[in-house]
Structure formats: structure tokens, C-alpha cells
Design a protein around this ligand. Structure first.
Ligand code: AHR
Length: 518
């Protein structure tokens, strides 16, 4: 990206102009559908009264809400990380299998609640499979270790003939689950984590556990915990140390990041996509430096397995929560600006598909989630639902390099960031070309989109969400305000150029096609 000028709060221009060039031959690589992942943790009302509520009017024979399942399908989720999160660091997976009446209720230390174990591995995986969702399983490396993790792989993936696999069969699943993606613990760098470890301790345990798990099933892919945020004091050294222990056994290093608007500083908040991009580049550099030092040809991939907008600064911690089953935890309600930022974070993921092949928005239902439910009542889409659904539906095939020229804008928190972020995708199979654009600035941006290499595009429409000042939007109001609206602020020519006017602080998607464009 070439940036052509800088503007700050004092600048008096009425609009900015920029250009974006796309070419089918210039791309970041194939988009792995697993970047449209999500996350279900045993936390708050994510499971109980979220995906699962046997007394609900829409519940299926297994007790799962079909109204929620329908929204998940509409959202376009491909893979779901489970069962945590901080929760997994105290979880005994054996508590959640077998006859329900024999399952213990346990104290969950992470979120200070009671886990009834009504839903466990079998119920979750069967539900996910029925809805064509891939399960990404996390093992407990906080309070447990090698044996319990290897046992869980055996329970899930060995067909038959061993104690754990035969137990799965006795519990109703004759066929193995074939779970491919496995997280080696969660956020083990965080002092809040039950069983938090130093990078040396964790790296050593993750390597040993990963080796045992791959002995059980050599076909699995392993994700080592990276830092729980770019601002962790151990960021960088954590990744380098962990990977120096695990390089030959793991396939991925994880990244986690949550963004929010601090003290009304919307401009910095709108720069979150640029911050996420810097984080990704830093992790790639660190991982590749370890590979170079080890003389390895292998490239470690990135699993951005927790990302979202979360107003974490308003979260006082779990200490004062009542000890109950499924009482609410961090049920953030989102506004339009949050949808714009989520759209931008998805653009960032698309622009890094050369290394990111798994990503999970955290979380899926009720807990900082695109989908909300009322116990015994309706379910609805939050504002952040829309950019995810649109991006998952449209971003297929290859992620193109969107060569962008635009001014930078000054932010108080993150310095200068480009005022415009763009990702573009091309699916030769269906001829679709999609362009996702975020105008991070308070000024309109006139974009000259150059697609001469494709020739003319047939444009089905340009859809927009613009940030406003209405704040959090409850219930159905979110849909009324944030559903992307069709705009007519564009024109295209037969040679291969399209002009677009982007509203201030907005996210847009251009739905195009190379077919019948004349
Ligand atoms: O998604 C909520 C929590 O955020 C997860 O449990 C944890 O991994 C992260 O800190």
C-alpha cells in the first residue's frame, strides 16, 4: 500500500480520494474457508440457553435451539472452537461424557460459575456435525497434561478397539469424529489463566503433549498458544520461546485480539484493522525467525482463534459473579461503529490468507456475540452479524492484492493509519469478484477502482453500513439499523474502472461478477 498524504484533525478537506487496483494474477493465495470460524465456550449463556435449551419451543430432539442453528447457518460459520477459552484450563472432559445423570456439577474457576456438564464432547460434536460445522477442539494444559489430552484424541478419533474409543461407541457414536484441529491449551501466557505457565514451561509441555497426540492420530493439526494480545509484556519472546520448543510438532501459532473504543476515541478505534495487521506481521516475522534459526523449511501458519470487538475495559473481572449455572457473562451489545470495525478486521484477515488459514470470531452466541437469545424467547442478530455474514458468503476463491493509494489519518492511540482499507476476492468457479472497503475517516472517500485486468464487471450492488452515534442497539433494532443498505453511489465503465463514493466511517461491499458484464 502506498500512502500519498497525511491528514489530521485540523485538516479542512470535504472528502478524500484514493485508488485501488486489482488483478486476478496478483493475489495473496487461496482463501481457506476455516477463516470464517467462531467460538463456543462453556461461559455465561453461550451453551446453556444459547445453542442449547431443551425446553425452548424450537428445541430439536437433542435439546438444541433450531432458531439459533438457523442464524448460525445464515452467518456462514465454518468451524467452531470448543469448549474454551479460559474455561478449558480447568475442564475435565471425562465429566461431560456418558450417562447424564452420572455427570458431576463442577465449579468453573475461570468464570466463577457452575458447570452442570449436561452438554459435553459428544453432544457438541454431534450438534456441530449435523450443522456442517467443523469442531476445533481445545485441550486443558492448565490443570492437566499429556495423558488427558492424548486420551481425548483417542476418544474422538480412534475408530474402535481401545478403552476410550469403545467408550465413545458405547456413548452412542459408532463412527470416530475425525477432529482435525486441536488447540494446545488456551492463553497460557496470561496470569489470569488457571495453571498459567512461563514460555519455557508451556513450550516444553505443549511439545510433549503435541507429540503424544500425534502418536494417537498423525493426521491432526496442532495449534500452540501464542500471546493473548499484542500488548502482553511477554509478546514476541513468548512466541519465540514456545516455537523453539514446538516448531517440529505444531502447525500453527495462535493470535488473540479484542478491540474497543476507549473514552470516546472513535478515530483510534476505527484504526483497529491496521493494528491487527501489524500484530499479524509481527507474529509472522517472529515465527519465521525461529524457523531460520532452526534451519527449517517449514512455515508455521497462524490461527487467529479469538478476535472481535469486546468492551473489555468495562469488565470488572469474574470475582463477584454469583455461583450459578449459565448466568450472563459479557453480553456486550453492539452499535454500528462496532459493525464497521468488525468488517475491517475481516478485511485484515483476508489480506493475510497467505499465513492465516484458521480464524475464530469470539464468540458465537450471547457472549460478545453476533447472535443473541432470550431464555424461552427469541433470538436475533447483533450489528456485527452483518459484515461477517456478507464476507463469509462473498469472499471465496483467491484473496487479491488490493493495491491502494490513500491518505493516512492520525490517531491518538495508534499513530498514522491508512484512511481506507480494502480486500478483494475472486472466485473463478462462479466468476464472482467482491471488494470489501472500510472508510476509517470522518470524510467521504472517492475511490477509483481499477479492474482493467478483469475488464468490465457486472455489478450487482454496493452495500453499506455507516457508523452513527446511536450507540448499542438492542434486539431487532440492530437489524433495522445495521443491515447493509444498497447504495447507488457508484458508476462503472466498460473498460474496467468503477467509481465509488464511500460514506464517512463506513464499511461497504461491492458484489460483482465477470460474467455478462457487457
Ligand atoms: O472470549 C472470552 C475470553 O477471552 C476467553 O475465554 C479467553 O480465552 C479470552 O481471554
Amino acid at each position: 500500500m502506498r500512502q500519498v498524504e497525511a491528514y489530521g484533525p485540523a485538516m479542512c478537506a470535504e472528502s478524500l480520494s484514493g485508488s485501488v487496483t486489482i488483478d486476478p494474477a496478483d493475489h495473496h493465495g487461496h482463501i481457506d474457508r476455516r477463516i470464517f470460524g467462531s467460538f463456543v465456550e462453556h461461559m455465561g449463556r453461550s451453551v446453556y440457553s444459547g445453542i442449547y435449551e431443551p425446553t425452548h419451543a424450537t428445541a430439536d430432539a437433542d435439546g438444541f435451539r433450531t432458531d439459533v442453528a438457523r442464524l448460525i447457518e445464515e452467518l456462514g460459520v465454518t468451524v467452531v472452537r470448543y469448549p474454551g477459552g479460559n474455561f478449558v484450563s480447568g475442564y475435565r472432559w471425562e465429566d461431560g461424557v456418558g450417562p447424564r445423570e452420572a455427570r458431576p456439577a463442577r465449579l468453573d474457576l475461570a468464570w466463577r460459575s457452575i458447570e452442570p456438564n449436561t452438554v459435553g464432547t459428544d453432544e457438541f460434536v454431534r450438534w456441530a456435525t449435523a450443522h456442517r460445522l467443523e469442531t476445533m477442539m481445545a485441550v486443558n494444559l492448565g490443570t492437566r497434561g499429556i495423558q488427558e489430552a492424548a486420551d481425548l484424541v483417542e476418544y474422538c478419533n480412534i475408530p474402535t478397539g481401545t478403552a476410550w474409543s469403545d467408550l465413545r461407541r458405547a456413548n452412542g457414536s459408532a463412527n470416530p469424529y475425525g477432529i482435525k484441529l486441536w488447540c494446545l491449551g488456551n492463553e497460557m501466557d496470561g496470569p489470569w489463566q488457571t495453571g498459567h505457565k512461563t514460555a519455557e514451561e508451556y513450550g516444553n509441555l505443549a511439545a510433549q503433549t503435541g507429540r503424544a497426540m500425534k502418536l494417537v492420530d498423525p493426521g491432526i493439526e496442532l495449534i500452540a498458544c501464542g500471546s493473548s494480545g499484542r500488548d502482553m509484556p511477554t509478546f514476541g519472546t513468548w512466541e519465540a520461546t514456545v516455537l523453539s520448543h514446538t516448531y517440529d510438532v505444531v502447525d500453527y501459532i495462535s493470535l488473540h485480539a479484542y478491540y474497543e473504543e476507549f473514552e470516546g476515541d472513535r478515530r483510534s478505534f476505527l484504526g483497529s484493522g491496521a493494528v491487527m495487521d501489524g500484530f499479524i506481521k509481527d507474529v509472522v516475522t517472529t515465527a519465521d525467525a525461529v524457523g531460520a534459526r532452526l534451519g527449517s523449511d517449514k512455515k508455521i501458519k497462524l490461527s487467529f482463534d479469538e478476535w472481535n470487538v469486546w468492551y473489555q475495559s468495562r469488565f470488572a473481572g469474574a470475582e463477584d459473579f454469583p455461583l450459578e449455572v449459565a448466568s450472563p457473562r459479557i453480553e456486550d451489545v453492539y452499535g454500528t461503529v462496532d459493525a464497521v470495525v468488525v468488517g475491517d478486521l475481516l478485511i485484515t484477515l483476508l489480506n493475510n490468507v497467505d499465513r492465516i488459514t484458521v480464524a475464530c470470531q469470539a464468540q458465537l452466541v450471547n457472549v460478545i456475540a453476533p447472535i443473541m437469545t432470550k431464555r424461552g424467547g427469541p433470538s436475533w442478530r447483533q450489528t456485527i452479524f452483518y459484515p461477517f455474514a456478507e464476507t463469509s458468503r462473498r469472499a471465496r476463491g483467491t484473496s487479491l492484492v488490493a493495491a491502494t493509494e490513500i491518505a493516512t489519518m492520525a490517531t491518538a492511540r495508534y499513530g498514522d493509519v491508512p484512511a481506507l482499507a480494502v480486500a478483494a476476492t475472486h472466485d473463478p468457479g462462479t466468476s464472482s469478484v467482491s471488494v470489501f472497503l472500510v472508510n476509517r475517516s470522518e470524510l467521504a472517500i472517492d475511490v477509483d477502482l481499477r479492474h482493467e485486468a478483469f475488464g468490465a464487471l457486472k455489478i450487482e450492488g454496493v452495500y453499506t453500513i455507516a457508523a452513527d452515534d446511536s450507540g448499542p442497539l438492542y434486539g431487532e433494532t440492530a437489524a433495522a439499523v445495521a443491515r447493509p443498505r444498497l447504495t447507488n453511489a457508484w458508476s462503472t465503465d466498460p473498460v474496467g474502472r468503477t467509481s465509488l463514493r464511500l460514506e464517512p466511517e463506513s464499511w461497504s461491499t461491492l458484489r460483482g461478477s465477470t460474467q455478462d458484464a457487457s
